[in-house]
Design a protein around this ligand. Structure first.
Ligand code: SAM
Ligand code: SF4
Length: 347
């Protein structure tokens, strides 16, 4: 992976000057440097808030982007100054070409961080391959540190092997590891101390995510959604303090404690001003650009991905679409847009 942006030039003195060709921004001044790219809608888990009945193939699913199409797509975003890509899904590791896609993205000039969000399936066996393919950052979904609860939430009794996978990822040299934990009222909201202990022991970030309402989890959401604000209050009571924001930080609020090694983050999409710090765009497995996780429509980039000759049009299409991004989602009004579940866009 090169550290030099596509638009950077080396002066005769060897100094590198950033010379942004374009910048990806919307009319509200938000800048977009981070793409979440879904590799597949398919998943092998049955998380109760996401795909409680497992992945169901509906109709004829659109073709997934080829490796060459992914290269063109990411190159266009990189030309617009985007430097971080996260592979997601469905379960991204189920995509046969996943390692080839990771290698390809990690060689796109300008891409400095390649991350992946996974349910941890076969992570222990594959962590070294992920690191070798250029993945530098991994989010692993672990909704409970209790094996029986984990099995009840995900439909898989695999907690011990996933925790061993996290260890293997660390040993393979993956620098940044986060645990994603969806806060499920009445199920795992008594585990804060266990997660704090885990973050401290493993020097990683635990990222609590409030359940988001989608079109398919309305009843589950009504029963189990709990506000992240209560969690934040509990963290503050325990002496945790808000960490200063770093470049590239998105809407997560992160906390640190003087005597603790790990960090705790909270993603609270129902909090006021959550969308003001949005820095991310999403592309589905079939090449649709989603400007908001809970938007009504998506822009089909596929026709511009077929060959290299359309790169300039692709860059222009992305730039003008992003400029029109809406100010905020409408989750407060009980409107989840067109999103059936987050496995369809990658969360
Ligand atoms: N399968 C991978 C995984 O679970 O890590 C990647 C895709 S998953 C859609 C990405 C993240 O979204 C996971 O951390 C998952 O827990 C979270 N997620 C899924 N549905 C959600 C919902 N309705 N509300 C909040 N988070 C959700
Ligand atoms: Fe699959 Fe991830 Fe959804 Fe769980 S959260 S069902 S692992 S896509």
């Amino acid at each position: 992976m090169t550290d030099m942006l596509a638009s950077e030039v080396a002066s005769p003195e060897g100094l590198v000057h950033a010379k942004p060709v374009h910048e990806l921004a919307d009319r509200y001044g938000r800048k977009f440097e981070y793409l979440r790219l879904s590799l597949t809608d398919v998943c092998n888990f049955r998380c109760s808030y996401c795909l409680p009945d497992g992945y169901l193939k509906t109709g004829c699913a659109p073709d997934q982007l080829s490796v060459a199409e992914v290269r063109r797509l990411v190159s266009a975003f990189a030309e617009l100054g985007l430097w971080k890509v996260r592979l997601t899904g469905g379960e991204p590791t189920l995509r046969r070409e996943m390692l080839e896609i990771a290698r390809t993205i990690s060689h796109v000039p300008g891409i400095r961080t390649l991350a992946m969000t996974t349910n941890g399936y076969r992570l222990r066996e594959r962590a070294a391959d992920y690191a070798a393919s250029g993945i530098t950052s991994l989010n692993v979904s672990v909704d409970s540190l209790d094996p029986a609860r984990f099995a009840a939430i995900t439909g898989h009794n695999r907690l011990p092997e996933i925790l061993a996978g996290i260890e293997a990822a660390r040993n393979a040299g993956i620098r940044t590891i986060k645990l994603n934990s969806v806060l499920i009222g009445g199920v795992n909201d008594d585990e804060l101390d266990a997660f704090i202990g885990f973050a401290a022991d493993h020097d990683l970030t635990v990222r609590y995510i409030e359940i988001m309402r989608t079109n398919e989890n309305v009843a589950f959401f009504a029963e189990h959604h709990r506000s992240g604000q209560a969690l934040i209050a509990r963290l503050e009571d325990k002496g945790w303090q808000r960490a200063p924001r770093r470049p590239g930080d998105g809407p997560a609020i992160e906390f640190v404690a003087p005597m603790e090694r790990g960090r705790i983050g909270v993603i609270a999409p129902y909090a006021r001003d959550f969308c003001a710090s949005c820095n991310r765009l999403r592309v589905s497995a079939s090449g649709k650009l989603h400007l908001c996780l809970f938007g009504d429509a998506a822009i089909d980039l596929r026709p511009l991905l077929r060959d290299d000759s359309q790169q300039a049009s692709l860059v222009g299409a992305i730039k003008s679409a992003v400029f029109g991004k809406v100010a905020a989602h409408r989750l407060h009004e009980g409107n989840s847009g067109a999103t059936p579940h987050l496995a369809s866009i990658g969360g």
